[in-house]
Structure formats: structure tokens, C-alpha cells
Design a protein around this ligand. Structure first.
Ligand code: F6R
Length: 642
């Protein structure tokens, strides 16, 4: 738990729900699981049932992992536990891989000793006319057990709890509800396409949830930071049903660092109360002030500081003039057109070392296009400046290819064999087999091995084309196909020893001076996070190697977000021509162009996102009063092994 987890009275000025911020989702989940276990044990002593309200989704999975662990390793028994799940899609068959019944069995019920008759999940198979009665009974049943002792909740980006979408009232009961379009989009990747997501759900009401004795609401990752801030600091409104929790007298919001990032205590802590002015905090505050007042750093005055909660900067650190120059210089020194270091020049204030002049560089790309999307300009510069650049494609990316593309390529292989009269049973029938297996597939069902391979090869071919366009030789392209990814489903396996061993072997072979990796530190369950964990684990195992002393790791941000300005340690400016070359490298990923299979909620194509993001960084540097560039790519150094 980090120091800011304490519910300090200062925060109450802004925060209307008691909030704890933890170092990671895992630590927070262990806290929630421990509280649940305490309740179960206490009720057991009293000869009573513990009645739990449970949620599904990505948020509570680590709570369930921990409860399962406690059952297996510490003998925690669930014999006296009664559960009520918040919701279920409607219509939904319980044995569908998308049902919340399936979810709960997979994550919790199959691994503990709960009595089957004590499990309650809304029934997605009912005829429409029976739903109303079912919902009334569900409420009565909860009451018959004396109400919920603990309810756990995630929060949707619409601000829903359960599936109480905007517009739900504080007294709403269990009912059938139409899902919000944002909720449907968020669920789309799990259902392999927006068109397969059910439009309705049966959900406990806000009123049902509010009757629980104790509530834990949880959120992880930067994607939730906006709605978390509005829920905790905003006014109560039915447009954000989670805000009704402000009226509950025993609720705690559990957050990780990333999801708390937009709370006043994290974003502008100097407005909350006295703080310690570390270098990083000072930089953050000056950048904020400059952006907030829309004034370049060097024009900020003593009055600007004192009028915006930063009077103690002037007393503790110095006058505006000195502070401005110090921070301006720090940011200025992050800019370099020489991401591999500038040979024959003083590198005291440069982000990278000048020696060795020609470096071995290893770029890790979680999916086959992250390298060019997120750091294509830097990749191009490193190659142009003569470094030996390698790229490791960590996963095959095979689930993100449309079925008709696989059919097209299978057709090509079969036709090719016919044209040249090759006699090969397997490949001459490939087209028919692939087409048949895709035709019989239901949404979300795992592809056949042939289809998975074709889809992976399509993406591999695109990555190779992009590398050749940037100018690296074929032997510097490394396709790792890490096993954790190869489930054929959106949900992946956790990182395993083989993933780490494959990663370690490549690093050992290349002995790079520079590693670039996708640093989506706050993404708790995504592919990027697992890929990064594999790299970190490999580097930790290698840390005593001599050559490792010369190996620096730079983190770029994945496809969705950029580093905060105050965190950037290397900013590589791109000219309009370089931006154009980067765009062309991204275009080589044709299967992801126009409309990717997993576009998320952002309607822009990947090259547009990359363009906007790098232009934004350049504009922010410009607004702070630094030189004006067309675009900039940003990096943070990973220093754990220093
Ligand atoms: C799930 C539920 C929803 C989720 C919410 C967040 O039973 O009722 O309210 O808690 O949509 O989903 P994740 O956790 O997947 O971000």
C-alpha cells in the first residue's frame, strides 16, 4: 500500500467517497479478499451465513484469485457463504462462454467448496414475460437471507454499477435494462464484434446495492481515471449512477495509482494540503501551472505561483524566475534528435550516452504493429543513424485478423499450387478446409489451427514489410509467438516460465545497449502488460551479466496513451517528412487498416491516433515555451536495475 492510501482529512474537501489508493490492483484485491474472508470466518463462528454480492468483469478477478488461494492454502471454507451476482446478460444461456454463470464458475465457484444451492445469478434464459416476477423474487430472496453483508462492485466507463446505466434512479430494483452503447462497445472485444453483444441485461438495482451493509467499489487502470474522478469528486447524479454511493455510510473505493490519477490529490496535490516538493512534484506543478494559465514556463510569475496553491514553492525552493529556468532546462534536456546518443558530443545533459557510437538496439513490440505505431519515427531515426536495430514481435496478433482475410490467403495458397501443378494434398485443400471451418464457427469460438496459423502469418508478413520499409535486414526481425498469447481467445493465459525463457534467450543473444519496450504499466490484464512483465522478468534474471551494465531500457507508451509531460525523459522530435515515413510504415499493416477487428471505442485508425498523439506532445512542448516541432515521440527510462 502506498502512503497515499490513508484517508486523510485533507482529501475530504474534494472526495465524497472514502478512497484508498494502492500500489497495484493486486494489492488492493488482496485487501478486499481479506475483508471478505474475515467476514466469512466471523459469521461462521456465530453460526450464520455470510451473504456476498458479487460482480463479474475484469475488475474483481484478482479478488477471486486470492479467495481461491485462501481456500486452497489456508483452508478458508465457503460452506456458510451465500452469493448473489449483480447481473447477467439477457438473453443468455448459462453454458455460453459469455455468460456470467460461466465466468463465475471459471474464476471462483469451481475452485471452492460453496454449496451449489447457495449460488444465485440472474437467469438469462427466461421468457420475457417471466422476467418481472423473477426480479421481484431475486429481491425477496436477498432479503430472506437478511440482506447483503458485503457487495463488491466494478465501475463501467458510463458510471454504471451492476448494469445500472445512466438514468437509473437511486431506488431502482432488480430489473431488465437496456445496455448503454459505450458498455456494448466495451464488451465488444470479448464477444468478437459489437454485433454479438446482447442489448439487454438483468441487473440488481441501485437501491438493491445501496441496502448492502458494506460496499467495496474497485477500479484499475488509466481508462477508468475519468469516471472515477467524477464519481468520487462530482455531484450526485443519475447520469453517473455510481455517484449514489456517496450516500452510503459504509463504502470504500479501492483504486490503483493509474485509476486515481485524475483525483485532485493525485493531479494537483498542492491544492489539497501541504506536500513535499520533490523534483518530480515540482516539475509536475510547474507544467500544470503553465498549461492551466496557458503561459510559457519562463513567463510564470511569483503571483501565478502564490495564487495557485504553490506559495510554499517560493519560500521553500526559490523565486519564480529561478524555478522557471530550472524546470525549463530540465524539459529542454529531454529533447534529442539522437535517440541512440549523439557521437562526439558532450552528453552531460543528453538523455542517451554517446558511447558506443553504434549501438545494438532491441525494440520489443507486443503486437506486430506497436513498434511502428508507437515509436515508428524513433525506429526510423535509429536505423538512419546507423545503429544495429532488431525488432522482437512478442505475440502473433492472430486474433485480430478478420475471417475473410484468412479465407483470401488460403485461397491464394490453393490457387498457387494449382497454377504451378504442385502435388500437395494439404495445401491444395487448404482453401476448402479454411472456408468450412470459418463457416461453422460461432462468434467467440476458437479458430482451427490452420486458420490461427494463417492469421498469424498475415500479421507476420505485414511486420516484415514494415521492417523492410524502415530498412532493417530480415535476420534482425524476431518472431517470438509467446505461448501465453496463443489461447485463440481474447482472454490470455498468465505469463509463464516459457515466455520469460524465450525473452531472456533473445536478449542474451543480442546483448543490446538499448531496449525499447511498450510500457503500459497500468493495464492490469492486457497483452501489453504481460509482454512487459516477460521483459522485466528476463532482465531481472540477467542483471548480473557484465554487458547488462551497458543496457538501458526505454519505455514507450502503447497504442492508446502518451506519458505525462513531467514524466518524459527522452522526447524525439519528428520532422513532417519523418512523420510521413512513419505513417507509411504503419500502412504496411493492412489487416489493421480502415477498420481493425478490435478498434475499442476510438473511431480513428491507428495511424491517425499515432499522428494525433505525437502532434499533441509537440504542441504541449511548444505551449510550455520550448521549440515548436511537427511531432514528438516520448520515452521514460526503466531504472529498477540501476
Ligand atoms: C459486472 C458488472 C459491471 C462491471 C463494470 C466494469 O458484473 O456489473 O458493472 O463491474 O462494467 O467492468 P470491468 O471490470 O470489466 O471493467
Amino acid at each position: 500500500m502506498n502512503s497515499s492510501h490513508l484517508i486523510r482529512p485533507d482529501f475530504e474537501k474534494f472526495e465524497k467517497i472514502p478512497t484508498k489508493v494502492f500500489d497495484s490492483a493486486k494489492v488492493a484485491s488482496i485487501y478486499a479478499a481479506q475483508e471478505i474472508a474475515n467476514l466469512i470466518k466471523q459469521k461462521e463462528k456465530e453460526g450464520e451465513n455470510a451473504v456476498l454480492g458479487l460482480a463479474t468483469g475484469s475488475t474483481p478477478t484478482q479478488v477471486y484469485d486470492e479467495l481461491v488461494r485462501m481456500h486452497k492454502e489456508e483452508g478458508l471454507s465457503f460452506q456458510n457463504v451465500v452469493t448473489f451476482n449483480l447481473d447477467e446478460y439477457y438473453p443468455m444461456e448459462p453454458d455460453s462462454i459469455h455468460s456470467y454463470v460461466h465466468f463465475m464458475n471459471e474464476y471462483l465457484f469451481d475452485h471452492i467448496d460453496i454449496k451449489k444451492e447457495n449460488i444465485h445469478i440472474p437467469d438469462g434464459t427466461l421468457e420475457r414475460k417471466k422476467v418481472f416476477e423473477f426480479c421481484a423474487n431475486y429481491e425477496e430472496k436477498i432479503d430472506s437471507y437478511g440482506g447483503l453483508d458485503i457487495q463488491i462492485l466494478g465501475i463501467g466507463r458510463t458510471g454504471h454499477v451492476g448494469f445500472n446505466e445512466p438514468g437509473s434512479s437511486e431506488s431502482s430494483k432488480t430489473r431488465l435494462i437496456a445496455l448503454d452503447s459505450l458498455t456494448i462497445l466495451d464488451a465488444a472485444s470479448g464477444f468478437f464484434g459489437v454485433e454479438n453483444v446482447p442489448r439487454r441485461a438483468i441487473t440488481m438495482g441501485v437501491g438493491t446495492i445501496m441496502k448492502a451493509d458494506r460496499i467495496f467499489i474497485m477500479a484499475w487502470g488509466e481508462g477508468k481515471a475519468g469516471i472515477v474522478q467524477q464519481t468520487i469528486e462530482g455531484e450526485i447524479t443519475s447520469q453517473i449512477p455510481a455517484t449514489f454511493l456517496q450516500d452510503h455510510d459504509n463504502v470504500e473505493f479501492l483504486l490503483d495509482d493509474a485509476s486515481s490519477a485524475k483525483l485532485t490529490r493525485s493531479k494537483t496535490p498542492w491544492l489539497v494540503g501541504p506536500i513535499e516538493w520533490t523534483d518530480q512534484m515540482l516539475k509536475k506543478a510547474v507544467v500544470w501551472l503553465s498549461k492551466y494559465l496557458e503561459k510559457p514556463i519562463l513567463k510564470l510569475t511569483d503571483e501565478d505561483y502564490s495564487e495557485h496553491g504553490m506559495n510554499d514553492v517560493l519560500t521553500d525552493i526559490g523565486r519564480a524566475y529561478n524555478v522557471n529556468i530550472r524546470i525549463f532546462n530540465e524539459i529542454q534536456h529531454t529533447i534529442t534528435g539522437w535517440p541512440g546518443g549523439k557521437p562526439n558530443s558532450d552528453d552531460t545533459y543528453r538523455p542517451e550516452r554517446r558511447e558506443p557510437a553504434k549501438k545494438r538496439v532491441l525494440i520489443f513490440s507486443p503486437h506486430p504493429d506497436d513498434d511502428v505505431i508507437s515509436m515508428g519515427g524513433t525506429f526510423i531515426r535509429l536505423v538512419d543513424q546507423g545503429h544495429e536495430v532488431h525488432v522482437a514481435y512478442q505475440t502473433s496478433g492472430n486474433i485480430a485478423v478478420f475471417d475473410d482475410e484468412a479465407i483470401r490467403f488460403a485461397d491464394f495458397v490453393t490457387d498457387y499450387h494449382e497454377q504451378f501443378g504442385f502435388e500437395n494434398e494439404d495445401t491444395s485443400k487448404l482453401f476448402e478446409e479454411v472456408r468450412a471451418s470459418i463457416k461453422d464457427k460461432t462468434p467467440g469460438e476458437v479458430d482451427s489451427d490452420a486458420v490461427k496459423t494463417i492469421k498469424g502469418l498475415i500479421r507476420r508478413g505485414e511486420a516484415k514489410a514494415a521492417c523492410r520499409y524502415v530498412g532493417i535486414p530480415d535476420e534482425n526481425m524476431h518472431f517470438q509467438d509467446l505461448p501465453f498469447y496463443e489461447t485463440g481467445k481474447v482472454r490470455k493465459n498468465p505469463i509463464g516460465p516459457e515466455d520469460i525463457a524465450i525473452t531472456k534467450k533473445l536478449i542474451e543473444e543480442i546483448q543490446p545497449h538499448q531496449i525499447y519496450a511498450a510500457g503500459d504499466l497500468s493495464d492490469p490484464h492486457g497483452t501489453h502488460r504481460v509482454c512487459l512483465d516477460a521483459i522485466f522478468a528476463a532482465l531481472r534474471e540477467l542483471k548480473d551479466e557484465d554487458w547488462m551494465k551497458d543496457c538501458w531500457t526505454w519505455l514507450y507508451r502503447g497504442a492508446w496513451q502518451e506519458w505525462d509531460i513531467e514524466d518524459i525523459e527522452m522526447a524525439v522530435p519528428l520532422s513532417p517528412e519523418e512523420t510521413d515515413r512513419k505513417r507509411r510504415a504503419i500502412f504496411k499493416h493492412q489487416s489493421q487498416k480502415d477498420r481493425p477487428l478490435f478498434p475499442g471505442t476510438d473511431k480513428r485508425e491507428f495511424w491517425q491516433r499515432a499522428d494525433d498523439r505525437t502532434r499533441n506532445t509537440a504542441q504541449t512542448y511548444d505551449q510550455l515555451g520550448l521549440a515548436e516541432y511537427e511531432a514528438m515521440e516520448a520515452f521514460v527510462r526503466w531504472k529498477e536495475l540501476d
